[in-house]
Design a protein around this ligand. Sequence first.
Ligand SMILES: Cc1cc2nc3c(=O)[nH]c(=O)nc-3n(C[C@H](O)[C@H](O)[C@H](O)COP(=O)(O)OP(=O)(O)OC[C@H]3O[C@@H](n4cnc5c(N)ncnc54)[C@H](O)[C@@H]3O)c2cc1C
Length: 422
Amino acid sequence: MKEITSSEFESEVLAGGKVVLDFYSTECPPCEALAPKFENLASLYGKDIKFFKMFRQQNKPLAEKLGVKSSPTLLFFDNGVQLPKTFSGGIKRSDIIHQLDSMLPEERVKEIKMLIKPSVSEYDVIILGAGPGGLTAGLYLCQSKVNTVLVDIALPGGQVSTTHSVSNYPGFIEPQPGYMLSHNMSEQTKQCGTVYKVAVDVTKIDLEKKEVVIDEFETIKAKKIIIATGTSPNLMGVPGEKDLKGKGISYCATCDAKYYGDKEVVVIGGGNSAVEEADFISKFASKITMVHQFDAFTANKQAQEKLFANPKISTLFEHEPRSFVREGDKIITEVENLKTKKISKLVSDGVFVFIGMKPNIELFKDKLELDKWGYIKTNEDMQTSMLGVYAVGDVISKKYRQITTAVADGTIAAIAIAKELD
Ligand SMILES: Cc1cc2nc3c(=O)[nH]c(=O)nc-3n(C[C@H](O)[C@H](O)[C@H](O)COP(=O)(O)OP(=O)(O)OC[C@H]3O[C@@H](n4cnc5c(N)ncnc54)[C@H](O)[C@@H]3O)c2cc1C
């Protein structure tokens, strides 16, 4: 892989041909996650497309000129012209392949695909999901000298990485930014020696055989599997939501609140997440209307007191959204008064939805015993209904879903497995 600097940009990148350029940084976990994928793709596509790396910190003016705002960022060029597609953050192999394929004739793409050799690797334990539950299991297994691989469809950290502030994780006097807490957890487990395969596509999971296929061609085999895939936000399921998801309707305050400086926002929900996140959004937005189906919030009392004392936030109890429509820059949320059945319209710049979560079990839901809400049932060792398959964290059937409880589950599963494998 050739590393270039700004001074070589014209001669190497703009001179002609097809080029992919990776702006990377040091101390950048997503860059580390990308590096092996980039190397592998360079060996596959290298005859047709030039692969270059550039150290972002030492080539800042050029990076800024090219619109690079984070590391890693991949830029693509064809005959000296920068293509509109760029990737940054947790970049998936399949996304890069898709872009590279689009730059080549179909026949050539077919020839390149023939070169892909399926690979098989073996570990003692596969952990699916690198949130607090999976990371803790990884740490304990690694410290017990159990050969472990952590597989995640995103970057490590789970939901904590998008939680703006965590004040209830023991050991820290001051509230911690969620991304720092998850970064530290992830680095601790990685430094111990657990192998990471992150920002990958999980193609297939065979729980009976204890096999996981990632990125279509890479089979990982193990003696045990730990499922730590957590939960995802529930959608409201009302007209307009799918179309406006990511285009005015958001499920993550940490990710998107900053785009609503001095703007008006609707927040839907009334549990801890909704109430705490509304408070966070109020640091940016000028006005927040909270819409909640019941006549009182279900969030803890402390969070509610803070919310009611916030002059930017007003509440509409016993109302439910019925549709979302974009009109120019604004989003119109139609809400129904559940008592009077009267429909009214809320005009805002954006909507945040926090109405609970659902377990991430799509790839194995028919294989394991679940509770009536779809969460995986486990015994006290975190073993599921299938021998050798464990589950930890938010994805399991339990009363309280917190970082501490996910971490506890991960600990228990890892100790139980380490003893069994001993
Ligand atoms: C807005 C918000 C604020 C919160 N604030 C707090 C707080 O202040 N304190 C607290 O204790 N808790 C808080 N929580 C709850 C806490 O974040 C969770 O309890 C905790 O993250 C659960 O950890 P986990 O490892 O089980 O799952 P997650 O953190 O959800 O991680 C699951 C991981 O699995 C990956 N994954 C999903 N599907 C697959 C698949 N098929 N294959 C491989 N990987 C997959 C995901 O990408 C993710 O990285 C908050 C939650 C939210 C949503």
